[in-house]
Design a protein around this ligand. Structure first.
Ligand SMILES: Cc1ncc(C[n+]2csc(CCOP(=O)(O)OP(=O)(O)O)c2C)c(N)n1
Ligand code: SF4
Ligand SMILES: [Mg+2]
Length: 374
């Protein structure tokens, strides 16, 4: 019998032991990535570019994300033929055309489902999903939450521009209440989703947020996501300069961004502000409040623990920037180790073969209750 240990390693093969090994602070250190074949030689960003004309509007945040991903992937050193980008429908979902890897510009909202099939059947692939806030949270909401719940070995990049870009500016599930768009001329009545709260509530094991304009930060999150065992959900704040320009300006404006951006680092006190004079403190009710460092005992300042199995701290952090960008955490909110669905499935299939022998599909289909229609 194969054995899925608590550390998620089938047969306890030691590929990853569930303990923090200093690899990007990740608790599981890339055990599954080691199943993906390595490239023969050194790669550069150019290797991941295609000859396709990039058809996003000039100034769109998608360009910066594309460049960040293309310049990050060489450091993984994986065979391009074993990397795949699966997208749904939307401006962001044009991404696979521009990546010199395998890819699939698939069906609206269904990228997680298609990617699940691939990841479960091909452990030798690094499978990435690219999706928008409409694609993943409107039509694809169900697929997204179940991929997270199952912890399928996928890396999901959720480009959140808080608008439907491709269809020319309708409100999306992340548009703010009262948002005036072409489809909400008198203001949106819908309370928005917070994608990170949703992902944590859906049992997500890796939940992070970054921003298109900060390549260094974006790549640091991608690095940890790539190593994660199971589903990594990375929300990327992305500016749509045509239909929702300036949506994330407080986080980009050099005059204020350091004061409103809370950079989360596992194991570090949560201190922020241009002069690092502000900090977060947990309230007795479990939420967070902003305090002045000078006014509190240092022991009261919260220390970020992304590896805490209890999701309540990560959830409370995800609620901090409601409703506006007054104190917005970015970074890895949650990164915990749990067996991935594909590992469990492969182990179960191995068990079935060991105990029952190789299957016979024709015999199976002809067995049990069958009817003959004359
Ligand atoms: C079944 C179906 N319903 C609706 C549409 C129309 N449609 C195309 S993309 C899209 C939403 C795109 O928004 P988002 O996912 O946020 O991507 P963005 O363009 O902003 O990157 C919609 C509603 C469609 N193509 N197919
Ligand atoms: S409509 Fe918006 S999201 Fe789409 S390409 Fe143009 S700027 Fe980018
Ligand atoms: Mg969008």
């Amino acid at each position: 019998m194969s054995d899925i240990r608590a550390n998620g390693s089938p047969n306890g093969d030691g590929a990853a032991n569930g303990s923090s090994n200093g690899n990007n602070g990740s608790p599981n250190g890339g055990g599954l990535l080691s199943l993906v074949p390595k490239a023969d030689g050194k790669q550069t960003m150019k290797d991941f570019k295609t000859d396709q004309e990039v058809r996003w509007c000039p100034g769109c945040g998608d360009y910066a994300i594309l460049a960040a991903v293309q310049s990050f992937l060489p450091e993984l050193g994986l065979r391009r033929e074993n990397i795949t980008f699966i997208s749904g429908i939307g401006c962001s979902s044009r991404f696979p055309y521009y990546m010199n890897t395998y890819g699939f510009h698939s069906i609206h909202g269904r990228a997680p489902a298609i990617a699940t099939g691939l990841a479960t059947s091909r452990p030798d692939l690094s499978v990435w999903v690219v999706t928008g806030d409409g694609d993943s949270l409107s039509i694809g909401g169900n697929h997204l939450i179940h991929a997270l719940r199952r912890n399928v070995n996928l890396k999901i990049l959720l480009f959140n521009n808080r608008i439907y870009g491709l269809t020319k500016g309708q409100y999306s599930p992340t548009s703010e209440l009262g948002k005036i768009t072409k489809s909400t001329p008198m203001g949106s009545l819908d309370a928005p989703f917070n994608p990170l709260s949703l992902a944590i509530g859906a049992e997500g094991t890796f939940v992070a947020r970054t921003i298109d304009s900060d390549r260094k930060h974006l790549q640091s999150v991608l690095r940890a996501a790539a190593q994660h065992r199971g589903t990594a959900l990375v929300e990327i704040y992305q500016n749509c300069n045509i239909f929702n320009d300036g949506a994330f300006d407080p986080l980009k404006d050099a005059a204020v961004r350091d004061d409103v951006t809370v950079r989360l680092e596992h194991g570090e006190p949560i201190v922020f502000g241009a002069d690092r004079a502000k900090a977060l403190r947990r309230t007795p009710a479990g939420s967070f409040e902003v305090v002045n460092v000078a006014d509190v005992d240092p022991a009261e300042i919260a220390v970020h623990d992304a590896h805490n199995p209890d999701p309540s701290q990560a959830f409370a952090l995800s609620r901090l920037d409601q409703p506006a960008f007054e104190h917005t955490p970015i970074g890895i909110f949650r990164d915990v180790d749990r067996p991935s669905y594909d590992e469990l499935m492969r182990a179960q299939l191995d068990d079935a073969v060991q105990t029952q022998g190789e299957g016979d599909l024709a015999a199976l289909l002809g067995s049990g209750d069958t009817w003959r229609i004359d």
